[in-house]
Design a protein around this ligand. Structure first.
Ligand code: ADP
Ligand code: MN
Ligand code: MN
Ligand code: MN
Ligand code: MN
Length: 372
């Protein structure tokens, strides 16, 4: 078991080194790490293959297979599933250079998307609405855990002092894991992701990063890749990342974790946009309960623990919206109200949501749904 970040004698994250135990990174080959979403719809897997040279475009990466029976995606007899590369990024763990992180979709032997390949459907939605120039930004909240799965830095035998000083805080008595957060930000930028920012959140050891503004399918791709980088950076520090929106230990007076999803179309971003945003609320409202089922990977069950109407969340029973109101299902930011144009923020998605499912649900309800 790796030593925990905080009990390691050399507490400095940099002691883990960024150059792979001092072994130089080869420059003659391309190490391509293929990454995919497993059968939980929440966890990521990856494996690496060595290519003779860097493929010129994503289509030039070879298809690859994997054992779906070991990832909750197939039974033993039909265990071979396929990885189809869809997006590539320089690999910051291997000095960028020739090495790549390769995000993949998963397909079965008949070339059907697997059950948790939600990118396939999302891509169809995004292509159908391309003319509206849909843009997204997602705010990923998460919690660091120690190797014993207790929140990082929390006393082992009691609860930490109540929330209040932790949000955007400074100081060793309230900040847990900042070095990991910074290393993750660096990794995102080196990989070319559109990281918008990071902040410490309300619960101790809880943090947030934002990815955006992204166009269409790029939102899901980049958020999944940023999650992958976070797990990898934290892994080096012997720290676990959980996207559980409300882990058992935080069931008391502690904020849960969400994944606020900001959305705009070209019409919303231009003169008269506020009216377009308000009419979008009428499209979202009748879809409230359908959307809640889609906003976590377990049919809405995980998110139920979080959406209590307390701790900056809305109630699950009723769709609400408002300007600058953080207790609503959907918020119109203050500045958007003032400018009369901009974007909306859906505050309901759970931290462990699939961004492909969420962005497709929002975009199709607002732009494609003919029923309401
Ligand atoms: P807050 O915590 O106040 O809700 P953040 O600053 O954490 O807001 O996140 C705001 C997000 O909104 C960012 O990810 C940003 O990329 C995104 N965003 C800003 N403008 C737009 C827009 N016009 N369309 C879609 N997303 C946007
Ligand atoms: Mn094998
Ligand atoms: Mn935020
Ligand atoms: Mn937040
Ligand atoms: Mn927000």
């Amino acid at each position: 078991m790796p030593q925990s970040y905080f009990t390691a004698s050399s507490q400095n994250f940099s002691s883990y080194g960024i150059t792979n135990f001092g072994i130089p990174i080869p420059t003659t080959k391309c190490q391509a790490t293929y990454i995919w979403i497993d059968g939980t719809g929440e966890n990521l897997r990856s494996k690496t293959r060595i290519l003779d040279e860097v493929p010129k475009c994503i289509e030039d990466y070879p298809l690859w297979n994997y054992d779906g029976s070991s990832t909750g995606q197939a039974t033993g007899r039909f265990s071979d599933l396929f990885l189809k590369p869809v997006a590539e990024y320089p690999d910051p763990f291997l000095g960028c250079g020739n090495n790549r992180l390769v995000l993949c979709e998963t397909y079965d032997a008949e070339n059907n998307p697997t059950e948790t390949n939600h990118r396939y459907h999302c891509n169809q939605i995004m292509e159908a609405i391309m003319d509206e120039k849909p843009m997204f930004g997602m705010e990923q909240e998460y919690l660091f855990l120690d190797m014993d799965l207790r929140p990082l830095g929390w006393p082992k035998d009691k609860l930490p002092p109540p929330q209040g000083p932790y949000y955007c805080g400074v100081g060793a008595d309230r900040m847990y894991g900042r070095e990991i957060v910074q290393a993750h930000a660096n990794a995102c930028l080196l990989a070319g992701l559109k990281l918008a920012g990071t902040n410490a959140e309300v619960t101790p050891a809880q943090w947030e990063f934002q990815i955006g503004i992204c166009k269409g399918i790029e939102m899901g791709d980049q958020l999944w890749m940023a999650r992958y980088l976070l797990h990898r950076v934290a892994e080096r520090a012997g720290v676990v990342v959980t996207l559980d929106p409300k882990p058992e230990v935080t069931m008391g007076d502690w904020n849960g974790a969400g994944c606020h999803t900001n959305f705009s179309t070209s019409a919303m971003r231009h003169h008269g946009g506020l009216d377009v945003i308000k009419s979008a609320m009428k499209k979202l409202e009748p879809r409230h309960s359908d959307h809640l089922k889609l906003y976590d990977p377990n049919g809405g069950k995980d998110n139920l623990k979080r959406l209590s109407g307390k701790h900056e969340t809305s109630s699950v029973d009723k769709f609400t919206w408002g300007i600058a109101d953080r207790s609503c299902s959907v918020r119109i930011p203050r500045q958007v109200g003032t400018d009369g144009k901009g974007y909306l923020e859906d505050r309901r998605p759970s931290s462990n949501c699939d961004p492909y499912v969420v962005t497709a649900a929002i975009a199709s309800a607002i732009l494609l749904d003919k029923e309401n």
